[in-house]
Every structure is written in C-alpha cells, then in structure tokens.
Design a protein around this ligand. Structure first.
Ligand code: GTP
Ligand code: ZN
Length: 300
C-alpha cells in the first residue's frame, strides 16, 4: 500500500466503511481503502458517513471533517448515552416471519422509526414455506392492512434461497439496513445478500493489517448496486424516545384525514369530532393499525 502513496491523491472525500476503536476504515472516491485516525471531536462519526480525509507524514491518513448526513441511527451505549451507529440510511428492510409469528406493534414501531429517519421501508416476510401451516387468519388480516397502506412487501425463504434476488433488486441504489425481532431470519438473509464471505471479511483485511473482526456497523457494497450496513447492533435496533408528533407521522395513512379533526391538537383518542376515528369507523382506515396506534399512544 505504501509504495503507491506518492502517486495517489493526498486528500479527498470518502465514506466510512467501519470503525476499529478510535480508527476508521474509509473508502476514497477512487475506491481505495484507507485506515484513518480521527480527532476526538469526530468521535461521533458513524458507518456510512461521508468525510474529508487527508494523508499525513509516513503515509498515515486522518479524517479531517464530517460532511452533512441525511440521517443517523443512534442507540444507547452501556451508560445510556445515545451513540451514532450508522448514517445515511435510505431503506429499512424490516424482516418478519410466520414462525416466530409477527409482532405487529414491533413492525409499526419500525415503520415509525423509518419515517423519523426519512427512510423507506421494505417489509420482508421470511419463511414463506411456513405460511400455509403457521399463518393465522388474524396475522393475514394484519398483513393485508400493510398492503392496504402501501407498504412494499416481499415474501421470501432465506433458507431456500428464494426471493433473495427480489430483495437485491428492491434495494436498487439505496443504502439499506436489516432489522427485525429475534429468530425471523435476519442473519440468514444477510448471509444470502452477502454470500461471498471473502468480500465481507476482505473489505477489512484490505488495510493490510490482517483480518479484523469488528462488532461495529460495516458498510458492504452489493454487486447489483446499493449497499448494506450490518452489525448486531444495527439488526436489533429499536425505536426509543417516541413522542406524539413522531407517532402520528409514523401512521402515514392518517395524513389525508388529519385536517378534519375538530381540535387541531387532536390525539385521535377520546376527542369529539375526530376525523381519524370517523374514517376508521367508516372503513376508510385500517382498524387493526388504528388499535395499535392507540396502544402506542398510551406510551408517549
Ligand atoms: N423454515 C424456514 N426457516 C428459516 C428460513 N430462513 C431462516 N430460517 C431459520 O430461522 C432460524 C433463525 O434464523 P436467523 O437467521 O438466525 O434469525 P435472526 O433474525 O438472525 O435471529 P437473531 O440472531 O436471534 O436475531 C434459523 O434456524 C434459520 O435456519 C426460511 O426461509 N424458512
Ligand atoms: Zn383526531
């Protein structure tokens, strides 16, 4: 790596691939991977952040600035302090399965989180081989409501390599993360999306310092375009700090009716003249989603 340095650019723009302790692995615009140090004030950098980098004496490189990010996923560390783990996420791939059965309120929470991040959602119903035997009428009705509100849904079977190509084409050029409750098949799906483990590990061994195992979120480029950010902490991320405005805007199907409530601070619960409740009663809004909205409302 060092012999190329005199010919290579000495500074530029790049993207954070992952982090090793205080250091970052950066991908330059030329596609080169550089291990960089960063000043303490850049400690809040996260996987997929765009940055400015600079080579220094002895071939060391450093991140010198963070460029604006479109969003950031944060989760509390062991002290309860919010820490950024991944930035610039375009798509939340929310995985659910027929066994374990979907927890619909959890799915609603992921939809709210995606909306808060201004990211798109793709619901992946995994283990479609178990749908016939395990899907209850209630679960099918809940899923039908997701179809009704326009949530994109794919049915796949990761174990049987069915539908993985559809997920790859749905990602397109976006940067995605895979989330979902335990046991639904997130690892199986990630392994299918990133089948070449050498690519997965190789991105990190490219720094010439041997193979690192990192629990930090890592950005993987997908051969068909787009990228996947993955780590255990990304996969089991959950919505925290829910407030009323976030909750209400996480139910996009309410939007056409929102101006119609008698009170402009209506919470769509007990208030008279509520347009949302009227629309639910008139069959214009999905009732099961609304019932879960009320249950989430009692937590804000
Ligand atoms: N029947 C069936 N089982 C599957 C399918 N995909 C994955 N599984 C199984 O489901 C189980 C859980 O899969 P994982 O990929 O470990 O699920 P996960 O979401 O990563 O689980 P956690 O690590 O607990 O969060 C494993 O036993 C898989 O073999 C599928 O398409 N059909
Ligand atoms: Zn209302």
């Amino acid at each position: 790596m060092t012999e190329n340095i005199s010919h290579a650019a000495s500074s530029g723009i790049g993207q954070v691939i992952t982090r090793f302790g205080a250091d970052f692995l950066i991908e330059t615009e030329a596609g080169e991977r550089l291990r960089c140090t960063a000043r303490r004030k850049l400690d809040h950098l996260a996987c997929s952040d765009h940055v400015q980098w600079e080579r220094q004496a002895q071939g060391n490189a450093a991140v010198t600035a963070m460029l604006p990010r479109r969003n950031v996923l944060e989760r509390p560390d062991f002290r309860g302090k919010l820490r950024p783990i991944a930035a610039n996420i375009d798509l939340l791939i929310v995985v659910a399965s027929w066994q374990p059965a979907p927890v619909w309120e959890t799915l609603d929470r992921y939809l709210i989180a995606a909306n808060r991040l201004h990211a798109d959602v793709l619901l992946v119903m995994n283990k479609m081989d178990l749908r016939q035997t395990h899907a209850t009428a209630e679960a099918e009705a809940c899923l039908a409501e997701y179809v009704r509100i326009g949530c994109p849904i794919l049915h796949v079977a990761a174990d049987q390599q069915q539908g993985i190509g559809d997920i790859l084409s749905a990602i397109q050029r976006r940067t995605a993360i895979v989330v979902g409750q335990s046991g639904v098949g997130k690892s199986s799906i990630a392994a299918q999306l990133l089948p070449d483990t050498d690519i997965r590990v190789g991105t990190i061994s490219d720094t010439g310092e041997g193979r690192h195992t990192t629990t930090s979120a890592t950005l993987y480029r997908l051969p068909a375009g787009g990228a996947l950010i993955d780590s255990p902490g990304v996969r089991d991320f959950g919505l925290t700090g829910l407030d009323f405005a976030t909750l209400e805007s996480g139910f996009p199907e309410f939007r056409p009716f929102l101006g119609g409530c008698r009170f402009n601070n209506c919470t769509h619960n007990h208030e008279p003249g509520c347009a949302i409740k009227a629309a639910v009663n008139a069959g214009q809004l999905p009732p099961k989603r609304f019932a879960r909205y009320l249950s989430l409302l009692s937590t804000v």
